[in-house]
Structure formats: C-alpha cells, structure tokens
Design a protein around this ligand. Structure first.
Ligand SMILES: N[C@@H](CCC(=O)N[C@@H](CS)C(=O)NCC(=O)O)C(=O)O
Length: 183
C-alpha cells in the first residue's frame, strides 16, 4: 500500500512534503538543499557546496540510525545504541573535531547547513549519551556557540517546533499507523 494523496502532491507516495514558495517539494535532500540555498546556508561556490554536502551526508548517515529507535525491542535497542555510540565516537565525531580545530564553522568562515546538521546531531547524541562530547572539546564548544544564535536559541526552547523525543503515545500511534498501512 502506498501513501499517494488524492491530489497527487506526494509525488513518490512518500513523506516528508514541504510547501514552500509555491512548490510542494518532496525528497528530503531536495527540501533541505532548497532551504539552504534560499537562506544563504549553502556556500559561496561549487567546491564549498561539495564540502557542505560531504559533511552533511556524514551526519545524515549518523542521524538515520536514530530513526527507528522508538519501535525497537529492549534487546534490539541496546544493540542499536551501542552501535550508534561506537560509530559516533569512532567514525564521525573525530572528523568534526579535527575540522573545528581553529575554525568557527565547518566550511569557510560562514554558517552553512552542515553546521546546523552538526548541531542537531550533537543534541541527538547527548540525549542518549550525555557525556559523549567529553573527548571532543572543539565540537562541544561549537555546540555552545551555535546554541546561542538567536533563531537557534528560540528553536531549542520547550514547545518550539522542534520535535520532542517520542513518548509512549507517539510510539503507540506510529505502530497503529504502520500496522494499518502494511497489514
Ligand atoms: N528518499 C526519500 C525517502 C522518504 C521516505 O522513505 N519516507 C517514508 C516516511 S519517513 C515513507 O513515506 N514511507 C512510505 C513508503 O515508502 O511507502 C526522502 O529522503 O525523503
């Protein structure tokens, strides 16, 4: 069963879909890249854009690991969390720690969408592993600088548009929807 909407707005029968500037955009990367371009968060030239994409994709690979956490069994959850922690500390955080040594931002001297992804990833990681940034002081300092930027500070306040961690009600609803779709 596919999620095709009656008006055909879900072009591939999938979410997310964002309505922006008269378009109904699907495909996460297309959405993110459009927003990054529109708000000057996508570098000054092709090479910077390539670097921004490279750092962003690494973070997306890491953050994708979190997607199904709320529907795993306790045993699966334990294994998955161990795996995330190992990958984060062994593969991903060392890269960003090195790039941020002496640099304010990941690419060039200006804020880009890669920085936003890194901030989000660090917050997600700390929600599960509160001490995880202890050995990554440059990343921790970067997180502190990012959190006080006015729009980001506002976004991180309770009841903002940032999704809270899934609670029991959310998990039950997701399971019911998936059960309806796929049974
Ligand atoms: N490549 C797409 C994948 C989107 C995707 O898998 N969406 C899921 C929900 S998170 C979905 O709609 N699944 C239903 C389906 O594929 O039939 C993107 O990055 O936006």
């Amino acid at each position: 069963m596919y999620l095709f909407s009656a008006d055909g707005d879900l072009v591939f029968g999938q979410l997310p879909m964002v309505e922006i500037d008269g378009m109904k955009l699907v495909q996460t990367k297309a959405i993110l890249n459009y927003i990054a371009g529109k708000y000057n968060l996508y570098g000054k030239d092709l090479k910077q854009r390539a670097m921004i994409d490279m750092y962003s994709e690494g973070l997306r690979d890491l953050m994708e690991q979190f997607l199904v956490l709320c529907i795993l069994s306790p045993a699966e959850l334990k294994t998955r969390l161990e795996n995330i922690q190992a990958k984060a500390t062994g593969r991903y955080l060392p890269v960003y720690e090195k790039v941020l040594c002496g640099s304010q931002y990941l690419v060039d001297d200006q804020l880009s969408c890669a920085d936003i992804h890194l901030l989000e990833a660090t917050i997600m990681l700390e929600e599960k592993f509160p001490e995880i940034l202890t050995n990554f002081p440059n990343v921790k300092a970067f997180q502190g600088r990012m959190k006080v930027l006015p729009t980001i500070h506002k976004f991180l306040q309770p009841n903002s548009m940032r999704k809270p961690q899934p609670d029991e009600f959310y998990v039950t609803t997701v399971k019911k929807v998936f059960h309806k779709l796929f049974s």
